[in-house]
Design a binder for this molecule. Structure first.
Ligand SMILES: [Zn+2]
Length: 301
Protein backbone atom coordinates (compact mmCIF):
# COMPACT_ATOMS: atom_id res chain seq x y z
CA UNK A 1 0.00 0.00 0.00
CA UNK A 2 1.41 3.36 -0.87
CA UNK A 3 1.59 6.41 1.31
CA UNK A 4 -1.29 8.19 -0.30
CA UNK A 5 -3.53 5.15 0.04
CA UNK A 6 -2.63 4.86 3.69
CA UNK A 7 -3.36 8.54 4.24
CA UNK A 8 -6.64 8.19 2.46
CA UNK A 9 -7.46 5.35 4.79
CA UNK A 10 -6.70 7.63 7.68
CA UNK A 11 -9.05 10.18 6.18
CA UNK A 12 -6.26 12.68 5.52
CA UNK A 13 -6.52 12.85 1.74
CA UNK A 14 -9.67 13.82 -0.09
CA UNK A 15 -9.86 14.31 -3.86
CA UNK A 16 -6.11 14.76 -4.09
CA UNK A 17 -5.93 17.37 -1.35
CA UNK A 18 -4.05 16.73 1.85
CA UNK A 19 -6.18 17.91 4.76
CA UNK A 20 -5.10 18.55 8.28
CA UNK A 21 -7.01 16.08 10.43
CA UNK A 22 -8.98 17.71 13.23
CA UNK A 23 -6.75 16.48 16.05
CA UNK A 24 -3.59 17.94 14.50
CA UNK A 25 -3.31 21.68 14.98
CA UNK A 26 -0.43 22.92 12.84
CA UNK A 27 1.05 26.27 13.73
CA UNK A 28 2.71 28.40 11.06
CA UNK A 29 6.24 28.17 12.42
CA UNK A 30 7.19 25.15 14.42
CA UNK A 31 4.32 22.75 14.17
CA UNK A 32 2.53 21.28 17.15
CA UNK A 33 4.99 20.48 19.93
CA UNK A 34 3.65 19.12 23.21
CA UNK A 35 5.68 18.64 26.38
CA UNK A 36 5.12 15.69 28.71
CA UNK A 37 7.69 17.10 31.11
CA UNK A 38 10.74 19.37 30.90
CA UNK A 39 12.76 17.35 28.39
CA UNK A 40 10.41 14.92 26.69
CA UNK A 41 7.33 15.31 24.56
CA UNK A 42 5.62 14.62 21.26
CA UNK A 43 4.86 16.33 17.97
CA UNK A 44 1.68 15.60 16.08
CA UNK A 45 2.35 17.26 12.70
CA UNK A 46 1.06 14.90 10.03
CA UNK A 47 1.18 11.11 10.18
CA UNK A 48 2.47 8.93 13.01
CA UNK A 49 3.17 10.88 16.21
CA UNK A 50 6.83 11.87 16.67
CA UNK A 51 8.34 11.45 20.15
CA UNK A 52 11.28 13.59 21.29
CA UNK A 53 13.73 13.73 24.18
CA UNK A 54 16.49 16.27 24.73
CA UNK A 55 19.51 16.57 27.01
CA UNK A 56 22.24 19.23 26.83
CA UNK A 57 24.22 16.73 24.72
CA UNK A 58 21.64 14.83 22.73
CA UNK A 59 18.37 14.85 20.83
CA UNK A 60 16.54 11.54 20.51
CA UNK A 61 13.58 11.39 18.13
CA UNK A 62 11.10 8.59 17.47
CA UNK A 63 9.69 8.43 13.90
CA UNK A 64 10.00 10.99 11.12
CA UNK A 65 6.53 11.46 9.52
CA UNK A 66 6.81 13.13 6.07
CA UNK A 67 9.35 15.48 4.54
CA UNK A 68 7.39 18.71 5.18
CA UNK A 69 6.41 17.93 8.74
CA UNK A 70 9.93 16.59 9.44
CA UNK A 71 11.26 19.99 8.35
CA UNK A 72 8.78 21.69 10.69
CA UNK A 73 9.95 19.42 13.47
CA UNK A 74 13.66 20.03 12.81
CA UNK A 75 13.19 23.81 12.88
CA UNK A 76 11.02 23.71 16.01
CA UNK A 77 13.02 21.25 18.14
CA UNK A 78 15.84 23.82 18.44
CA UNK A 79 13.63 25.63 20.98
CA UNK A 80 14.01 22.57 23.22
CA UNK A 81 17.52 21.25 22.50
CA UNK A 82 20.25 21.01 19.88
CA UNK A 83 22.71 18.49 21.33
CA UNK A 84 25.51 17.15 19.12
CA UNK A 85 24.38 13.53 19.57
CA UNK A 86 21.38 13.07 17.29
CA UNK A 87 19.46 9.84 17.07
CA UNK A 88 16.28 8.89 15.20
CA UNK A 89 14.46 5.63 15.88
CA UNK A 90 11.97 4.26 13.36
CA UNK A 91 9.28 2.23 15.18
CA UNK A 92 8.37 0.46 11.89
CA UNK A 93 8.52 0.91 8.11
CA UNK A 94 5.20 2.58 7.20
CA UNK A 95 5.39 5.73 5.10
CA UNK A 96 3.85 8.05 7.67
CA UNK A 97 6.66 7.09 10.11
CA UNK A 98 9.75 7.01 7.85
CA UNK A 99 9.19 9.40 4.93
CA UNK A 100 10.94 12.24 6.78
CA UNK A 101 14.09 10.12 7.33
CA UNK A 102 16.04 12.02 4.66
CA UNK A 103 15.46 15.32 6.45
CA UNK A 104 16.86 13.88 9.68
CA UNK A 105 19.80 12.20 7.98
CA UNK A 106 20.83 15.48 6.34
CA UNK A 107 20.85 16.96 9.87
CA UNK A 108 23.32 14.24 10.93
CA UNK A 109 20.85 12.07 12.83
CA UNK A 110 21.83 8.40 13.12
CA UNK A 111 18.82 6.27 12.20
CA UNK A 112 18.17 3.09 14.19
CA UNK A 113 15.47 0.46 13.67
CA UNK A 114 14.72 -3.23 14.01
CA UNK A 115 16.49 -5.24 11.30
CA UNK A 116 13.22 -6.00 9.46
CA UNK A 117 12.37 -2.31 9.01
CA UNK A 118 14.81 -1.48 6.16
CA UNK A 119 13.87 -4.77 4.44
CA UNK A 120 10.13 -3.98 4.57
CA UNK A 121 10.78 -0.34 3.65
CA UNK A 122 12.76 -1.43 0.59
CA UNK A 123 10.02 -3.81 -0.49
CA UNK A 124 7.43 -1.01 -0.37
CA UNK A 125 9.76 1.46 -2.13
CA UNK A 126 10.48 -1.04 -4.91
CA UNK A 127 6.75 -1.62 -5.41
CA UNK A 128 6.20 2.14 -5.59
CA UNK A 129 9.21 2.77 -7.83
CA UNK A 130 10.81 5.28 -5.45
CA UNK A 131 13.76 3.29 -4.19
CA UNK A 132 16.14 6.15 -5.08
CA UNK A 133 14.62 8.47 -2.49
CA UNK A 134 14.41 5.85 0.25
CA UNK A 135 16.40 6.63 3.40
CA UNK A 136 16.51 3.73 5.84
CA UNK A 137 18.14 2.93 9.16
CA UNK A 138 21.85 2.16 8.97
CA UNK A 139 22.01 0.78 12.50
CA UNK A 140 19.73 -2.20 13.09
CA UNK A 141 19.13 -4.65 15.92
CA UNK A 142 17.43 -8.00 16.29
CA UNK A 143 16.23 -8.02 19.89
CA UNK A 144 16.94 -4.70 21.61
CA UNK A 145 19.19 -1.66 21.38
CA UNK A 146 20.08 0.60 24.31
CA UNK A 147 21.67 4.02 24.52
CA UNK A 148 23.00 5.39 27.79
CA UNK A 149 22.66 9.18 27.82
CA UNK A 150 23.75 9.64 31.41
CA UNK A 151 20.48 10.86 32.86
CA UNK A 152 18.42 8.61 30.64
CA UNK A 153 18.56 5.08 29.26
CA UNK A 154 16.74 4.76 25.94
CA UNK A 155 15.94 1.21 24.83
CA UNK A 156 14.28 0.01 21.64
CA UNK A 157 12.80 -3.45 22.09
CA UNK A 158 11.42 -5.91 19.56
CA UNK A 159 8.69 -8.34 20.67
CA UNK A 160 7.87 -10.24 17.46
CA UNK A 161 5.27 -9.70 14.73
CA UNK A 162 2.36 -7.43 15.60
CA UNK A 163 1.20 -4.38 13.58
CA UNK A 164 3.93 -5.32 11.06
CA UNK A 165 6.86 -7.73 11.12
CA UNK A 166 9.25 -5.08 12.46
CA UNK A 167 7.69 -3.00 15.24
CA UNK A 168 9.65 -1.91 18.24
CA UNK A 169 8.70 -0.04 21.40
CA UNK A 170 11.05 2.78 22.41
CA UNK A 171 11.37 3.02 26.19
CA UNK A 172 12.65 6.13 27.98
CA UNK A 173 13.35 4.10 31.06
CA UNK A 174 14.12 6.69 33.72
CA UNK A 175 11.26 8.91 32.57
CA UNK A 176 8.94 5.89 32.55
CA UNK A 177 7.60 6.88 29.14
CA UNK A 178 7.36 4.62 26.07
CA UNK A 179 6.60 5.33 22.41
CA UNK A 180 4.41 2.57 20.99
CA UNK A 181 4.50 3.49 17.29
CA UNK A 182 1.44 1.96 15.63
CA UNK A 183 1.16 -0.78 18.22
CA UNK A 184 -1.63 1.38 19.60
CA UNK A 185 -4.26 3.03 17.43
CA UNK A 186 -6.02 4.69 20.35
CA UNK A 187 -9.73 3.93 19.82
CA UNK A 188 -9.33 3.69 16.06
CA UNK A 189 -9.78 0.53 14.04
CA UNK A 190 -6.12 -0.26 13.38
CA UNK A 191 -4.25 -1.03 10.20
CA UNK A 192 -3.25 -4.71 10.31
CA UNK A 193 -0.47 -5.12 7.75
CA UNK A 194 -0.52 -8.86 7.02
CA UNK A 195 1.54 -8.35 3.85
CA UNK A 196 4.12 -6.56 5.99
CA UNK A 197 4.32 -9.46 8.44
CA UNK A 198 1.58 -8.55 10.95
CA UNK A 199 0.18 -11.04 13.46
CA UNK A 200 -2.91 -10.23 15.52
CA UNK A 201 -2.09 -13.01 17.97
CA UNK A 202 1.47 -11.70 18.28
CA UNK A 203 0.11 -8.17 18.74
CA UNK A 204 -2.10 -9.29 21.64
CA UNK A 205 0.85 -11.00 23.33
CA UNK A 206 3.05 -7.94 22.78
CA UNK A 207 0.56 -5.60 24.45
CA UNK A 208 0.24 -8.04 27.34
CA UNK A 209 4.02 -8.08 27.79
CA UNK A 210 4.34 -4.29 27.53
CA UNK A 211 1.61 -3.86 30.15
CA UNK A 212 3.52 -6.23 32.46
CA UNK A 213 6.76 -4.32 31.91
CA UNK A 214 5.04 -1.01 32.63
CA UNK A 215 3.46 0.21 35.86
CA UNK A 216 0.59 2.47 36.84
CA UNK A 217 2.64 5.61 36.33
CA UNK A 218 4.00 4.70 32.88
CA UNK A 219 2.93 7.13 30.16
CA UNK A 220 2.69 6.09 26.52
CA UNK A 221 2.84 7.92 23.20
CA UNK A 222 0.71 6.34 20.45
CA UNK A 223 1.22 6.51 16.68
CA UNK A 224 -2.42 7.44 16.19
CA UNK A 225 -5.43 8.27 18.31
CA UNK A 226 -8.95 9.46 17.67
CA UNK A 227 -9.89 13.05 18.42
CA UNK A 228 -11.63 12.18 21.69
CA UNK A 229 -8.86 10.02 23.18
CA UNK A 230 -5.68 11.50 21.70
CA UNK A 231 -2.19 10.14 21.18
CA UNK A 232 -1.05 9.60 24.77
CA UNK A 233 -2.30 7.37 27.55
CA UNK A 234 -1.44 4.83 30.21
CA UNK A 235 -1.40 1.07 30.73
CA UNK A 236 -5.19 0.89 30.73
CA UNK A 237 -5.14 2.05 27.10
CA UNK A 238 -2.60 -0.66 26.23
CA UNK A 239 -4.89 -3.28 27.78
CA UNK A 240 -7.94 -1.78 26.07
CA UNK A 241 -6.23 -2.25 22.70
CA UNK A 242 -5.29 -5.81 23.70
CA UNK A 243 -8.92 -6.50 24.60
CA UNK A 244 -10.12 -5.10 21.29
CA UNK A 245 -7.76 -7.38 19.34
CA UNK A 246 -8.81 -10.35 21.48
CA UNK A 247 -12.46 -9.60 20.76
CA UNK A 248 -11.60 -9.34 17.07
CA UNK A 249 -10.03 -12.82 17.02
CA UNK A 250 -12.79 -14.33 19.19
CA UNK A 251 -15.60 -12.90 17.07
CA UNK A 252 -13.98 -14.12 13.85
CA UNK A 253 -13.10 -17.52 15.21
CA UNK A 254 -16.65 -18.06 16.50
CA UNK A 255 -17.99 -17.24 13.03
CA UNK A 256 -15.55 -19.65 11.39
CA UNK A 257 -16.50 -22.41 13.84
CA UNK A 258 -20.19 -21.80 13.10
CA UNK A 259 -19.48 -22.18 9.39
CA UNK A 260 -20.31 -18.54 8.56
CA UNK A 261 -19.05 -16.86 5.40
CA UNK A 262 -16.78 -13.82 5.55
CA UNK A 263 -19.79 -11.68 4.56
CA UNK A 264 -21.73 -13.00 7.54
CA UNK A 265 -18.82 -12.54 9.94
CA UNK A 266 -18.25 -8.95 8.82
CA UNK A 267 -21.97 -8.11 9.02
CA UNK A 268 -21.58 -6.07 12.21
CA UNK A 269 -21.32 -2.28 12.75
CA UNK A 270 -19.33 -2.36 15.97
CA UNK A 271 -18.50 -4.54 18.93
CA UNK A 272 -20.81 -3.39 21.71
CA UNK A 273 -17.90 -3.66 24.18
CA UNK A 274 -15.94 -1.07 22.15
CA UNK A 275 -18.30 1.80 21.39
CA UNK A 276 -15.52 4.40 21.26
CA UNK A 277 -13.71 2.90 18.29
CA UNK A 278 -13.89 5.05 15.17
CA UNK A 279 -13.26 4.19 11.55
CA UNK A 280 -11.01 6.26 9.30
CA UNK A 281 -12.07 4.89 5.92
CA UNK A 282 -12.75 1.47 4.47
CA UNK A 283 -9.34 -0.05 5.15
CA UNK A 284 -9.28 1.19 8.74
CA UNK A 285 -12.67 -0.22 9.63
CA UNK A 286 -14.11 -3.09 11.61
CA UNK A 287 -14.83 -4.90 8.32
CA UNK A 288 -11.16 -4.62 7.29
CA UNK A 289 -10.06 -5.75 10.76
CA UNK A 290 -12.33 -8.81 10.71
CA UNK A 291 -11.16 -9.64 7.19
CA UNK A 292 -7.54 -9.57 8.40
CA UNK A 293 -8.46 -11.77 11.37
CA UNK A 294 -10.24 -14.16 8.99
CA UNK A 295 -7.10 -14.39 6.83
CA UNK A 296 -4.86 -14.92 9.84
CA UNK A 297 -7.07 -17.61 11.35
CA UNK A 298 -7.66 -19.32 7.99
CA UNK A 299 -3.92 -19.49 7.27
CA UNK A 300 -3.38 -21.31 10.57
CA UNK A 301 -5.60 -24.24 9.64
ZN1 LIG B 1 1.87 1.74 10.74
Amino acid sequence: MNRKTFLRQLGYVTAGTILTPPLLKLTKQNGPFFRMNSDIGYFTGRGGTIGWFVTPDAVVVVDSQFQNSAEDFISGITDYGTGPTRILFNTHHHGDHVSGNGVFSSENYQIIAHENVPILQRRVAEAQGNIDSMVAAEITFDDSYSIDLGTEQVTARYYGSAHTGGDSVIWFENKNIAHMGDLVFNRWYPFIDLEGGASIQGWIELLETVAEEANRETRFIFGHGNVDFGVTGDTSDILYMRDFLSKLLDHTSEGLTAGQSIDEITNIDQFKEFPDHQSAGARLSLTANITAAYEELSSET
